[in-house]
Design a protein around this ligand. Structure first.
Ligand SMILES: [Zn+2]
Length: 87
């Protein structure tokens, strides 16, 4: 059974904020786990990205959106706990 997540399990972005309504699975349905910026046609858009790179990217995106650095750091701290990075 597929679980429904509130935030993208790759980058931590709230899925509700995704203008595309989520990434797409290989069969064309919407992913309930990943956003459209991370996941397309059943595959990660940047499959070789490391968790550290994702944290840096998310942090810079948040700062672009006007979040202060310490808040962006706090928010991205939880990225390694998301399903994509948990091993
Ligand atoms: Zn994402």
């Amino acid at each position: 059974m597929e679980k429904t997540y509130k935030i993208c399990q790759s980058c931590g972005m709230p899925l509700k904020k995704d203008t595309q309504g989520g990434g797409t699975n290989a069969d064309g349905t919407k992913s309930k786990m990943y956003c459209s910026k991370c996941f397309e046609n059943g595959q990660f858009i940047s499959p070789n990205m490391t968790v550290l790179e994702m944290q840096a990217l998310a942090k810079s995106k948040l700062q672009e959106m006007g979040f202060p650095g310490f808040l962006a750091g706090l928010f991205t701290k939880n990225i390694p706990a998301l399903a994509r990075w948990k091993r």
